[in-house]
Write a protein that binds this ligand. Structure first.
Ligand code: 7RM
Length: 668
């Protein structure tokens, strides 16, 4: 592709708008880790030559490449055309009909997979459940009938707000069975967040549970749903409640029904709906650079194919693997890599309900030993926590079953990579550092474990069909080791199909920075081997412990408090969480600032958005530093938050005295 054009008028000095570098404490680790001959020999892709050949084919002849790969899905009606691309609208596998639940369940009921474990589950208090493919199929069919009984039709949105229990997978798969569109909301989000999302997607039904367990405490899920619906603004007519904890909950007559009661009215036969390749599959809300989260829309065939293909080539999943992805079902990683990918491939997926440090710091290692987990996929923030807790927790357990490790969510620092490699992987497991996003649906830049030599800290090379590049503001590719913006220059099968109800925002957010190319919002550089080093977000999105959080979201939560006049939120480097949330706040006339007010504001944000957004620090100031045109100078605030000496150009600053004041306003 020779087209390189910038949609916007060229900035006067291209170099002036340099991507901001994120300061990182990095050790230098120059070693290259090659997959062992033994691993490569057994792997589906065992050499770089093979990876390169396949990658080249996937870009040059996508019809041929994906047409062939897509044969691995079970089609109710074959597709007639692989791709239709009218930027920003992609259609993959046109004319095809298929059903996700049929691909994840029914087709495994012939042969030995029928009695194989589809899901292995452990509750935080210690209960264990195993659902074979046959059992999971039965539960999904029954629950799909419950949905039908409750008037859910094809295309209807179904909100799911459940803990990490098999019923989350059952509810999601049941939606796919009848062509309903699920929208899972992470259990760590608040009542207000639920309300915003229900209003945005227009769901008429919510599936929740009485509560869930987290670090020994009970999370009041049903109560949060009640609070979300209290104002009567939503269209929700039905709430299905699964009994998990047994705690007392309010049951609203005529609206709320019990999951187990509903099952009494249905049988276990439910034909899989015949659905179009582009039929909407799910909406998942994620943070962007405005106060309103975006409902990322994914569709059926391309998404499922990629989920399955990456489980096949990146995790190299086998019949006898016990695969564990630790992500919550409320995040895209839980969707693609705990449920859809492994199940469509007929693999065994482990699901654990609770916290890694409950009842003690070795819970994960206990689970790996007990179930003989072979492939383990987790986040750098978790790895850093394990490092901090100390090696003795691992030493108590036999982790020798592990053969492949993965990470996702944020850049992994080389120290954490090395520790993961030696302490968890015993020096013998390849690590796949997978870069991707809610929007991309699945892995985009990642090693292929039997082929790619890895280096600590880089996600290495693009997956099949992914035409990734690093460009400057004019869309020109930057040189080796130079930082720029990460773009994807061709449509790929599981790409988002839009933002729910907001065509304009979809176009503007992803496709307008560079005409015809997808702009990921991340800064990156490429090294001499063409490996991609992701630096992190360059928009106003934070990455706190692997969770995406918009600074504007936190700001709007802060200003919704009666004492707050204005707020600016920035990230600051955090050794454990990657980034911490620092809030700069000005209060209204007559309000006194105090430590109590700072605590109250932290609680307020927690209440409005959820525990994931809890600020690390609230700082008060008489004014926020602004440019003459009234823009908040975030660059300065970031430096203040990080405790750095203020550098750079402050000539456009309106009132220099505010800087001195802000720097001195630390909590202690
Ligand atoms: C899957 C997921 C997406 C953002 C993305 C990046 C960051 C994710 C990596 C990474 C460096 C990685 N979806 N990110 N994976 N950065 N290396 N391997 O995380 O939508 O919640 O977040 O996460 O900044 O843009 S997400």
């Amino acid at each position: 592709m020779s087209k390189k054009k910038a949609a916007k008028p060229a900035p006067k000095k291209a170099a002036a708008k340099k991507v901001a570098a994120k300061s990182q404490t990095m050790m230098t680790e120059n070693r290259v880790f090659k997959p062992s001959a033994e691993f490569s020999k057994k792997a589906r892709i065992g050499s770089m030559a093979e990876y390169r050949r396949m990658h080249e084919e996937s870009l040059k002849h996508p019809e041929k490449f994906f047409g062939r790969e897509a044969k691995e899905l079970t089609w109710q009606k074959p597709f007639t055309k692989v791709l239709e691309w009218k930027c920003p609208n992609a259609k993959w596998f046109l004319g095809g009909k298929l059903n996700v639940s049929e691909n994840c369940l029914d087709r495994h009921l012939v042969g030995v997979n029928k009695t194989k474990a589809a899901l292995i589950w452990e509750g935080e208090p210690g209960e264990k459940r195993v659902l074979t493919y046959q059992q999971l199929h039965r539960e999904v069919c029954r629950f799909a009938n419950v949905l039908k009984r409750n008037k859910v039709k094809k295309g209807d949105r179904v909100m799911i707000y459940l803990p990490m229990i098999p019923e989350a997978a059952i509810a999601m798969l049941a939606c796919t069975r009848i062509g309903a569109v699920h929208s899972v909301v992470f259990g760590g989000f608040s009542a207000e967040s639920i309300k915003d999302r229900v209003l945005d997607c227009g769901a008429k039904i919510i599936i929740t549970s009485d509560g869930g367990y987290r670090r020994g405490a009970v999370v009041p899920l049903k109560k949060n749903v009640d609070d979300a619906l209290k104002s009567g603004e939503t269209a929700v007519e039905t709430v299905i409640v699964y009994r998990r904890t047994g705690q007392d909950v309010h049951i609203e007559e005529g609206r709320d029904v019990w999951w187990h009661r509903e099952l009494e009215y249905v049988d276990a036969h439910c034909a899989a709906a015949v659905l179009d390749s582009e039929s909407p599959l799910f909406i998942l809300y994620t943070s962007g650079s405005t106060g309103k989260p975006k409902g990322i829309l994914h569709s059926t065939a391309g998404y499922l194919l990629h989920a399955q293909m990456t489980c096949k080539y990146v995790f190299d999943l086998r019949d006898d693997d016990v695969y564990w992805c630790t992500a919550d079902v409320g995040w895209v990683t839980g969707h693609t890599y705990m449920i859809y990918g492994p199940l469509s491939l007929g693999a065994t997926s482990l699901m654990y309900e609770g916290a890694p440090n409950w009842p003690e710091n070795d819970r994960f290692w206990r689970i790996i030993e007990e179930y003989a987990v072979t492939v383990f996929y987790t986040a750098p923030t978790a790895i850093r926590a394990f490092m901090k807790w100390g090696d003795e927790w691992l030493k108590k357990h036999d982790l020798s079953s592990l053969r492949l490790l993965g990470t996702v969510g944020e850049p992994i620092n080389p120290e954490a990579w090395m520790w993961y490699h030696t302490q968890v992987g015993g020096g013998k497991c390849p690590i796949v550092d997978t870069w991707w996003q809610t929007e991309t649906g699945g892995h985009m830049i990642t090693p292929i474990p039997g082929a790619t030599p890895t280096k600590p800290g880089t996600a290495t090379l693009p997956f099949f069909g992914v035409d990734a590049a690093i460009v400057d503001d004019l869309g020109q590719e930057v040189g080796k080791d130079e930082q720029g913006k990460l773009v994807i220059r061709k449509p790929w099968p599981p790409m988002l199909r839009g933002i729910w109800g907001d065509k304009k925002r979809y176009q503007e957010t992803y496709w307008s920075e560079f005409d015809g190319w997808y702009f990921a919002g991340d800064g990156a550089r490429k090294d001499k081997d063409g490996y991609f080093w992701i630096i992190g977000r360059i928009d106003d999105v934070l990455n706190v412990a692997g969770h995406r959080l918009g600074t504007a979201e936190v700001e709007s939560a802060l200003v919704s408090h009666p004492s707050v006049a204005e707020a600016a939120v920035v990230g600051r480097p955090d050794e454990m969480k990657g980034q911490g949330v620092v809030c700069f706040v000005t209060v209204k006339e007559g309000i006194a600032t105090s430590r109590d007010l700072a605590d109250e504001l932290k609680k307020h944000v927690r209440k409005v958005i959820g525990p994931v957004a809890t600020p690390d620090e609230v700082r008060f100031a008489a004014a926020l530093p602004k440019t003459r045109s009234g823009k908040i100078m975030r660059r300065l605030l970031k430096q203040i938050a990080a405790g750095e000496v203020i550098k750079g150009d402050t000539t456009t600053l309106e009132d220099l005295s505010v800087i001195a004041q802000l720097a001195a306003s630390g909590e202690d």
